[in-house]
Design a protein around this ligand. Structure first.
Ligand code: HGY
Ligand code: MN
Ligand code: MN
Length: 603
């Protein structure tokens, strides 16, 4: 019989502890201490209380808890002394049916891991979707984490223990993150489409207007229609636009105009990816609002405003140097010069658009009239370690950092690697290497700036030739425009000084400049009210990553909600991951923001 929060809040401490005793392996003291914070208004609040108890317990009790866990496919499984929960979890993951090679591999990993860390490897084998990792995924994670730093592994084991407890809690309360599963599965299906050359490697790369990109547009269109959007279309730059109309019986006020809160709510994010990227960057911000539309449509409910979800076609600027192309088309910032840009295969953007059946002439008409909108909200994975390390599922974005990007080239003199004395070289790559170390030092000196040389190439280089040319990129970011600009000035001045000293030449082309985008206070507080109503701790934070919201920021108020990433929140990497439960919380927060808006429009 499933437990309810009402029962848990009303029960004696002894009964309540007994009911929750199986959440943390052999450690009822954790839920027992958390129960002191009753009454709980949500499972999220109970989970957060148990996280707090364990974090406050200190390192030694944490180590004891970790050691209270069985090894994977270990002795306890073999001699059948696992707890009921662990036995079910390990068998669902297929660990009770390993091949001899798999079994031996895991035993060796258990020995290595124990020898290195002094406690067993802990992994929530039911995984981020809750349905179970494959043995191959388990072994790959084991092999990756056995290389980690001891401190990181203790924390990572605790995070996995909290995830195990979360899944056990869902089972105990008979709840399941239904819409979190829907969002998770939508993204999984979308990730099947990837550019040629990457598909064979099992990597996700979807760059602007490739066949995979257009297949994504079709799939997103289908998802939007099936979820209940009244209109869905692909616009002239490849954005997929779905609209869930407002209540058509809505009374317009006597003055005949719609108060601000009856204007359209704009939301969405991008569906292109970086090369070998993750499944959730951008896409989560398309599918979380779509799950809310699905919920409204299935309930036959309409709000007093339209919800317009845009799946932006191009944010990452991978195939062409045209970052925020999709959202820029909506703000009137599509740069026609981009059309003549060529990709690595010499295909112009114009040709790619025509091949995709897009009508270039219609692009100017995509510009939105900001007066037609209440504002823009975007849900996005954090793409960083903060929420993961704080064990907090959602974050409130206070501002998006300013950024500037350059494509650069240093030219020196190619010469014989064997006969050119070290003091007679004009080595283009050595000059760039010197600059890279300056960028690292200079950005670190600010404390909250970042500087990256993400692309570095000696075109047609040879092992025995001193590099005559070196191409590289610069990505410089800071919390505000002034700090960004000072950083950029210093880096470019150092580049010039290095080139003068080394007798080489440089050329620098700015390819992107985005201003810092502080969240609109009224919208940030809407996210805050939603997160607090869920019983999730409130954590405000800046965004180090750029997002479409910073483009919409130029014409309307905006605010973002972050969702925790697993694996230290890594992103722009196939290890990018997020759980069905966290996605459910994001859907719940979005739904609360919608009802908050609907309520205030009725006031
Ligand atoms: O680079 C960024 O910040 C974003 O992921 N495009
Ligand atoms: Mn990205
Ligand atoms: Mn993104």
């Amino acid at each position: 019989m499933a437990l309810t929060l009402t029962q848990l809040n009303a029960a004696s401490l002894q009964d309540a502890t007994q009911w929750l005793a199986g959440l943390y392996e052999h450690s009822p003291w954790i839920p027992q201490a958390a129960l002191a914070k009753r009454p709980f208004t949500s499972l999220a609040q109970l989970k957060s209380a148990m996280v707090g108890v364990l974090n406050a317990a200190g390192i030694e009790p944490q180590r004891v808890l970790i050691r209270a866990h069985p090894e994977l496919a270990g002795k306890a499984m073999v001699d059948k002394s696992l707890t009921a929960e662990s036995s079910s979890e390990q068998s669902k993951a297929g660990l009770t049916h390993c091949t001899p090679h798999e079994f031996e591999t895991i035993q060796q990993l258990n020995r290595d891991y124990n020898a290195r860390f002094g406690f067993p490897f802990i992994l929530a084998v039911r995984g981020p979707r809750g349905t179970g990792l494959s043995k191959a995924e388990i072994i790959a994670t084991f092999e990756r984490r056995v290389q980690s730093h001891p401190d990181f592994e203790r924390q990572e084991c605790l995070r996995n223990i909290h995830r195990i407890a979360e899944i056990r809690l869902n089972d105990l309360f008979g709840t399941s993150p239904e819409l979190g599963n829907v969002v998770w599965d939508w993204q999984e299906a979308l990730a099947q489409h990837t550019d040629p050359g990457y598909a064979e490697l099992g990597q996700l790369t979807v760059t602007y207007l490739t066949d995979a990109h257009r297949a994504c547009a079709q799939r997103i269109s289908m998802d939007m229609r099936q979820a209940g959007c009244d209109t869905v279309h692909i616009d002239a730059v490849g954005n997929v636009v779905g609209c869930y109309k407002k209540d058509s019986n809505l009374r317009i006020s006597d003055e005949g105009y719609s108060p601000i809160l009856h204007k359209t709510l704009l939301t969405g994010s991008h569906y292109d990816t970086v090369r070998n990227g993750g499944k959730y960057d951008g896409r989560l911000g398309i599918y979380v609002p779509l799950a809310c539309v699905q919920m409204l449509a299935q309930a036959g409910k309409r709000l007093p405003f339209d919800i317009e979800i845009v799946a932006f076609a191009e944010e990452e600027g991978q195939r062409y140097k045209a970052t925020f192309l999709g959202s820029g088309a909506l703000t009137g910032h599509f740069n026609p010069d981009w059309l003549d840009q060529q990709d690595a295969d010499g295909i112009t953007m114009r040709d790619a658009m025509q091949h995709a059946g897009l009508c270039v002439d219609d692009i100017p008409s995509l510009k939105r009239n900001a007066d037609d909108y209440q504002g823009f909200v975007e849900v996005h994975i954090e793409q960083g370690p903060v929420l993961n390390e704080l064990d907090i599922p959602l974050g409130i974005v206070t501002s998006i950092n300013a950024g500037v990007r350059y494509q650069c080239e240093v030219t020196g003199m190619a010469s014989h690697a064997g006969t050119t004395p070290m003091d007679r070289r004009r080595d283009a790559a050595a000059a760039v290497a010197e600059l890279m170390l300056f960028v690292e030092r200079r950005a670190a000196a600010d404390g909250d700036s970042v500087g990256t040389v993400g692309m570095l190439q000696v075109p047609n280089g040879s092992i025995n030739v001193v590099p005559g040319r070196c191409l590289f990129s610069l990505d410089l970011r800071a919390p505000n425009n002034a700090q960004r600009d000072t950083l950029a000035e210093d880096v470019l001045a150092e580049l010039a000084a290095i080139c003068t000293r080394r007798g080489v030449h440089q050329s620098v082309t700015e390819t992107m400049r985005a201003s810092a985008a502080p969240s609109a206070p009224v919208w940030q507080s809407r996210w805050e009210r939603a997160v607090q109503a869920l019983g999730v701790p409130l954590h405000r934070m800046p965004s180090g990553a750029g997002h479409d919201a910073m483009k919409l920021h130029e014409i309307m108020p905006q605010a973002m909600l972050f969702v925790r990433g697993l694996n230290s929140g890594i992103s722009h990497n196939p290890l990018e991951s997020s759980t069905n439960d966290d996605m459910q919380l994001a859907v719940d927060a979005f739904a609360l923001l919608l009802s908050d808006l609907a309520q205030s429009s009725a006031d």
